[in-house]
Design a protein around this ligand. Structure first.
Ligand SMILES: NC(=O)c1ccc[n+]([C@@H]2O[C@H](COP(=O)([O-])OP(=O)(O)OC[C@H]3O[C@@H](n4cnc5c(N)ncnc54)[C@H](O)[C@@H]3O)[C@@H](O)[C@H]2O)c1
Length: 240
């Protein structure tokens, strides 16, 4: 049986990933900082889903989340490190607190959740981890130094861990979406959104389900030779 933990699954991309995996028969832990959103998401998905509130940057919350998963569904076979937030600030105005929070949620959160499940996966000789990066971790974003740095860090962590554990049966990959139609992007200025859509080769943003399809592929056996890769559902915005 496949058991996935999806962090930040109360909204947007994580919600779509949780729904997609549950539809494929996975048991899914729907984690979110926002407990009400997690409950609502899990209720919408049905009996294959379990809501577990928790902050991915908090070591105790992460331990509680993994224990809850083991109690209800068994040891996680898949982890999707998706939780995140965005915050725009010119570099000269960027506070230490905002910088630290960005690194803490994205980079420390990815590290803590991975650390909490990896031993079990290594013991089982099988596992799969998908980390949500961003194309801004590849090309940088204006007034998004902290976000871009955190996402580039996630790509680096993905590659390094993939080198360390793939010959022990655990595959680690990343996804670097372009602009996707979620509350996170809708919080950015309307001017930015309109200008961004106009410059995309495809002419429009992706939907959360488009990213969920990429994640589900990486989670599947069809992706058995994908190791340390960063896939790019991005409407053609960045071509590497
Ligand atoms: N939407 C995009 O265009 C886009 C593009 C590239 C990458 N991403 C990344 O995709 C991921 C999901 O973003 P989204 O667009 O679906 O955003 P979203 O705001 O719709 O959903 C993010 C969810 O994560 C939760 N969350 C935030 N901090 C958390 C924490 N510390 N612990 C647990 N949960 C937490 C939020 O409560 C929210 O429900 C993020 O990592 C984001 O950086 C998004």
């Amino acid at each position: 049986m496949s058991v996935a933990i999806v962090t930040g699954a109360g909204s947007g991309i994580g919600l779509a990933v949780a729904g997609k995996l549950a539809g494929q028969g996975y048991k899914v832990v729907v984690n979110d900082f926002d407990g009400t959103a997690a409950e609502k998401a899990a209720a919408g998905i049905g009996e294959n889903a379990l809501a577990l509130q928790g902050d991915v940057s908090d070591e105790n919350d992460v331990a509680r989340m993994v224990e809850g998963c083991i109690e209800t569904f068994g040891a996680p076979t898949h982890l999707v490190n998706n939780a995140g937030h965005v915050h725009q600030s010119a570099f000269t105005d960027l506070s230490v607190a905002d910088f630290d929070r960005m690194i803490s949620v994205h980079l420390r959160g990815t590290f803590l959740c991975t650390r909490a499940v990896l031993e079990g996966m290594l013991s089982a000789g099988k596992g799969c981890i998908v980390n949500m990066a961003s194309q801004l971790g590849q090309i940088g974003g204006i007034e998004l130094v902290h976000y871009s740095a955190a996402k580039a860090g996630i790509i680096g962590m993905t590659k390094a861990l993939a080198r360390e554990v793939s010959n022990k049966g655990v595959r680690v990959n990343a996804v670097a979406p372009g602009p996707i139609n979620t509350p996170l992007v809708r919080a950015l200025s309307p001017e930015w959104q309109a200008a961004k859509a106009a410059e995309l080769p495809l002419g429009h943003f992706g939907e959360p389900e488009d990213v969920a399809d990429t994640v589900a592929f990486l989670c599947s056996d069809e992706a058995r030779i994908y190791v340390g890769q960063t896939l790019s559902p991005n409407s053609g915005d960045v071509m590497l």
